[in-house]
Design a protein around this ligand. Sequence first.
Ligand code: ZN
Length: 445
Amino acid sequence: MSLLGSLHLINARLPLAEGSPAQLYELTAANGFWQSVNPQQEHGIIRDHGSIPLEDVQLACSTSASRTIDLGGKMLLPGLVEAHAHLDKAFTSGIVRNDSGTLGEAIRNYSAAIPQFTREALVARIHKAALRAAAGGATAIRSHVHFPFEHGREAAFRLVHAALEARELLSGIVDIQYVLFVPSRGHTPAMWEAVDEAMQAGMDAVGGAPHIADEPEAYLERLFAIARKYNKDVDLHADETDDPQVQTVSAIATATIRNDYQGKVVVGHLCSLSAIEESRAAAIIDNMALAQLKVITLPATNLYLQGRGDKGLVRRGVTRVKELMAAGIPVATASDNVQDPFHPYGSGDLLQIGLLTGYAVQMGSADDAHTLLRMLSTIPASLIGLKQYGIKPGLPARFVVFDAQSPIELFAELPMNRWIYRDTRWLYHSRQLSEWIQHTEEVGF
Ligand SMILES: [Zn+2]
């Protein structure tokens, strides 16, 4: 058997495993799957003189004999999970402006720019954004696909087909799910027909933004009908506004129960949930728990766009993460926008988002850092329904090693070094980082 398909690792820390964080593990994989995952008997790092350090893994790849790889106590995860991205919008901040820094201007200007986007440019941007996320350690991404039917059928399907083409290019590197972002307005029979067609083309979930729809409840019913027809999950942008009067999440909870869709609906943002008083928020959160809604907080974009009309104490737009979690609602954190008119910063690195969430939600203890790590890994994996995510025998050998010994160190240091392995090969490691990113630039930019 070749070396690349046969793997023996020692001194791995598994921060998502049950038990003591000090426990180190020995793991083996072959033919693309984990064979064994065992706690090491000895306390602390064990020495194996035949082994090579992870830093020298390139040397191991070039030799014919299988060598044990020593992780030296570094953290091994089944990858981070980007549960809410807009790959097709990423890296457009140089060509689409947002002078006021408001959500309204971002939506208007982006929509106006759509006709100038060629399919090639869209594919290149999606490809680059997904590779950046993968280089940061994401093994799966869920992205919302813009469907600009206001510019006609051709423009709308240009986005869908670009997304599908990019996913094909990225197979074997990172898993991608797509949510069709069904327009909130301008509904015509031709648009609904096109939505049907787009779902059939390969979309994985149905999405949209009920809080900006003319008739949120009728729109929601339509989205649930599509989801039921294709047996797909629903993933909505919800209440991305400071306006305390806007609480469409209540209508989403009601529609979820009416459609018997408990546990299959994700809601992102929920900014205005933070803008109302405690008792009203508590009642809404109770309803959300009843409907088994799942939540994604998107602090980067919300901190940047929300509270733009406020003076002095500016509202931050980040939802009630701690209260939602206390009610038993799973909450993930994700990137949303990267270098586009909605959010000018970010690089697709989910560790940055973890750190930002730590600030925005005021989470800084060792336990909090562990929760932040789960908000970027196991929780989003469950939210988007990943079936083969984890480190245990029988699951695909897909993992990322981070150069940190604990979650708190991970978010404090944001270590640049990440080693990424998928099935039977190292996709890349620290020494190749700059080369890989450069290659992605050459592909489309
Ligand atoms: Zn979004």
